[in-house]
Ligand binder design. Structure first.
Ligand SMILES: [Fe+2]
Ligand SMILES: [Fe+2]
Length: 320
């Protein structure tokens, strides 16, 4: 299997990482925005829809732990990376730290709305701990796979207005902002993987990443579905009503699971790279939506130091 984009595609891009098609003029910057200054007003903050709300809440419950894991992982591979990639890794870490901070705040607001996130939290910690017990290269493969899932969902959130239709403004801005930065740094973990495995054969690369992606995707679908059903249970929605409601939401309308199947599958194709699709216009689209939030925040706001301290406190369980 050929895991490297065609030569002609590479000619117009930087070549500091062999096989990367990350745009040479891509600039990754942490916007360090603050959301969640006030409690969530409506329990079902996505247009009064419990299924849509549970979908976003279940994702958010996993972010602080997962993104803390991505930061720890990518840091391990920063040394020896080409200079441009090192800068991108630094920006990636800054962005993910701020995401972790903002989703910690969002999750605290959910708890104040009487959602118990314990099961969701334990589930994601268990998955991360199991990956962390493996050889460090698998931390990177896991991060790279999960970053593809995240970027795919991010593009869907921004491009499909039905997903956040009638959502409360502050929460909507949080998700649009997070989604835009996920698109912006979607190639960083992949380029790090390409660099670290530059001596591997194409077949070995493809086999390892594909096997891991299959495993991660099954776990992701299963665990997020469980998380959504758990939150719906806490809203008094159980049994067939919950299952059919979730299936309708995920697969029929607005169908975030079904609509992301195509982009997800591209990961397995020869020559895949996250930037084979240049969707930077989605970053601008999202920014134009949360422009007011940007305008409200002056430069010189607190730096990433405070959130680095918070994220350090996240402990993963030990795996035998
Ligand atoms: Fe993130
Ligand atoms: Fe990310």
């Amino acid at each position: 299997m050929d895991d490297v984009p065609s030569k002609s595609h590479q000619e117009n891009t930087r070549d500091s990482v062999a096989g990367s098609v990350t745009p040479a003029d891509l600039s990754i910057k942490s916007r360090n925005l603050h959301f969640g200054g006030s409690p969530i007003e409506n329990r079902w903050w996505v247009g009064g829809d419990p299924y849509a709300t549970a979908f976003f809440n279940a994702l958010s419950a996993t972010f602080p732990v997962a993104e803390s894991f991505f930061i720890t992982t990518i840091k391990q591979f920063r040394e020896g990376a080409p200079e441009k990639l090192r800068h991108e890794i630094r920006a990636f870490i800054q962005q993910e730290m701020v995401h972790g901070r903002e989703h910690l705040i969002f999750n605290r607001h959910l708890e104040r709305s009487n959602y118990d996130l314990t099961l969701l939290d334990e589930s994601v910690k268990g998955v991360m701990a199991r990956i962390q017990a493996m050889d460090p290269i698998y931390h990177l493969v896991g991060t790279m796979c999960m970053e593809h899932l995240t970027a795919t969902i991010a593009a869907e959130i921004i491009s499909n207005p039905d997903l956040l239709k009638d959502a409360d403004e502050e929460q909507k801005n949080l998700w649009l902002w997070h989604g835009s930065e996920e698109i912006e740094h979607k190639g960083v973990a992949y380029d790090t993987w390409l660099h670290v495995t530059r001596d591997w054969s194409r077949l070995k690369r493809w086999t390892v990443k594909s096997a891991f992606m299959a495993r991660i995707s099954i776990g992701f679908t299963k665990n997020r579905s469980k998380g959504i059903l758990e939150l719906l249970r806490q809203d008094g929605i159980t049994g067939p009503r919950a299952w059919f409601g979730l299936a309708r939401y995920a697969l029929s309308s607005p169908a975030p699971f079904r609509r992301t199947l195509g982009p997800w599958f591209q990961f397995f194709l020869p020559g895949f790279h996250p930037w084979n699709i240049d969707d930077r216009e989605l970053i601008q689209l999202a920014e134009s939506e949360y422009e007011a939030a940007i305008m409200d925040q002056s430069e010189g706001e607190p730096t990433v130091t405070e959130l680095a301290e918070k994220l350090k406190k996240i402990k993963l369980p030990k795996v035998a």
